[in-house]
Design a protein around this ligand. Structure first.
Ligand code: ADP
Ligand code: MG
Ligand code: ZN
Length: 492
């Protein structure tokens, strides 16, 4: 029997606000324990929550970024449970009427586009963090009350790689929309993984097994690879699977059972009595809509289509937004946008990368890509100078090799390519008389290689060509040099 996996993810993402969800405490990572706390986020008696409007905006914005519909009436509920890191003994969340529902995320997988539907993206609050020391334990409530978005996917994911790519796409979208920094190292993205297996093609879903609290995408991939084969093994050996919760141990590389369905939580949800329903007005929604951005995948496809770029170039301009915007400004006026992209990616980016890199949007957690976008504002030359340089190569005024030299000079001084070529006398020599003279000199000075060529060693021509180029200080038109040399050598 052949089995297939069914996977749904519940992803928690911290929203990018200055303050917490229900109080004015800073939403800040890395402060000394319990310094960003107040009676509200500590859940002291008699306090009332006041909603952070920016968090509400970012909730709606995220819904839009994920192609969700935005509810005109959303409500807040209490999710009750007792745990040391939950100061109020409940979390405020959106249970029955979430803010955004029915969206999807499109992303690239195995050369095609895959879609995972989003069931809902609802607002809730983060909890504190437990620390266990040698002899005692502590709780840091700095994170308690930080706004979180829980993004629940439909069980559309079919393998570990697909889960990994979905999470990366989700992260890229939220970073693009400035809804979250999604900094994995700071625990801004955490994920519960739901996975079951069933006979391939079966309609009914298998028993859902949830792996709680994953905090890296590569961890999710590893845990899924392990858990899918474990479940298949159980079924193949005649065993049964039942709904349960497991935890992933990154060190041993296995999942282990935490609790079964009989011990599942009953959260006793009820409507939060201290908060009004959230009913956004038209003008308010219109303001949020203005913050929508082009999604990473759409940008990639547009760059490939509008400028005939290969996928790898387009991807570079997706990861490095300022560089892509810089390219686009000049590519619009270019006859050959691909040539412009080459200069921007291979030369300009390399030059700027000599400056320290800043971490940015990356293909996966932990990896770093060059994105020193800030260097673009301080460039000494005008963007259009790259067009001029491309033009000089295309009309054969300079060779590609000389163009590198001109680029470096223009990068350092800001002078225009034409001015540099003129000043340094770099224009290619296409004057046949001058080249004839160089060729005669080289033939006279190298009787050995000349004889080799005449005896049928074709490679000797390259040596002679190199000598002519050297004499012309790299400025002779190489095609012309080849032609003239061959003509002269074939003469008896
Ligand atoms: P719960 O109420 O226990 O949170 P939900 O039905 O809301 O369960 O689903 C939670 C997540 O689990 C969703 O992402 C959903 O797509 C996924 N899911 C539900 N059933 C299954 C299943 N049988 N196998 C894998 N994933 C599932
Ligand atoms: Mg759940
Ligand atoms: Zn507070």
């Amino acid at each position: 029997m052949d089995y297939e996996a069914v996977i749904g993810l519940e992803t928690h993402v911290q929203l990018k606000t200055k303050s917490k969800m229900w109080c004015g405490c800073a939403n800040e990572f890395g402060a000394p324990p319990n310094t960003n706390v107040c009676p509200v986020c500590l859940g002291l008696p008699g306090v009332l929550p006041v909603a952070n409007e920016e968090a509400l905006r970012l909730t709606v914005l995220t819904g839009l970024l994920l192609n969700c519909s935005v509810s005109r009436v959303a409500k807040f509920d209490r999710k009750n449970y007792f745990y040391p890191d939950v100061p109020k003994n409940y979390q405020i969340t959106q249970y029955a009427q979430p803010s955004t529902v029915n969206g999807y995320v499109d992303f690239e997988l195995n050369g095609g586009i895959s879609r995972v539907r989003v069931t809902r993206a609802h607002l809730e609050e983060d909890v504190g963090k437990n620390f266990h020391f040698e002899r005692n334990s502590g709780v840091d409530f700095n994170r308690a009350g930080v706004p979180l978005l829980e993004i629940v996917s439909e069980p559309d994911i079919t393998c570990a790689d697909m889960a990994y790519e979905y999470l990366n796409a989700l992260k890229d979208i939220l970073v693009y929309g400035a809804a979250s920094d999604c900094d994995m190292e700071k625990g801004m993205v955490r994920c519960d993984v739901n996975v079951s297996v069933r006979p391939r093609g079966a309609k009914e879903l298998g028993a859902k097994i949830e792996i709680k609290n994953m905090n890296s995408f590569s961890g999710v991939r590893k845990a899924l690879e392990y858990e899918i084969s474990r479940q298949i093994e159980v079924l193949k050996s005649g065993g049964k699977l039942s709904q349960s919760t497991r935890r992933w141990d990154d060190v041993t590389g296995v999942t282990e059972e935490m609790r079964t369905k009989e011990h599942a939580h009953d959260y006793r949800y009820f409507a939060e009595p201290d908060l009004m329903p959230f009913e956004p007005r038209d003008e308010w929604l219109a303001e949020v809509r203005k913050r929508m951005v082009e999604l990473p995948l759409a940008r990639k496809q547009r760059f490939m289509c509008d400028y005939q770029l290969p996928a790898s170039d387009a991807q570079t301009f997706v990861w490095d937004v300022p560089l892509g915007d810089f390219f686009e400004k000049i590519a619009k006026q270019a006859k050959n946008p691909k040539a412009v992209a080459n200069w921007v990616i291979n030369n300009l980016r390399a030059k700027m990368a000599e400056a320290p890199l800043t971490p940015s949007l990356s293909p996966s957690d932990g990896e770093r890509v060059a994105k020193p976008g800030e260097g673009l504002a301080d460039l000494k030359f005008k963007p259009e100078a790259i067009l001029e340089l491309v033009g000089l190569v295309e009309n054969k005024t300079i060779s590609t090799a000389i163009a590198q030299q001109v680029f470096n000079e223009m990068f350092d001084t800001g002078e225009s390519p034409a001015a540099i070529v003129l000043k340094k006398g770099l224009a290619q020599v296409s004057d046949a008389d001058a080249i004839e003279k160089f060729c005669d000199e080289v033939i006279a000075a190298n009787p050995g290689p000349v004889a080799d060529f005449k005896n049928g060693r074709a490679a000797a021509l390259n040596f002679l060509k190199g000598q002519v180029m050297k004499r012309s200080k790299g400025k002779a038109n190489p095609n012309l040099v080849g032609e003239i040399l061959q003509r002269k050598l074939k003469q008896p």
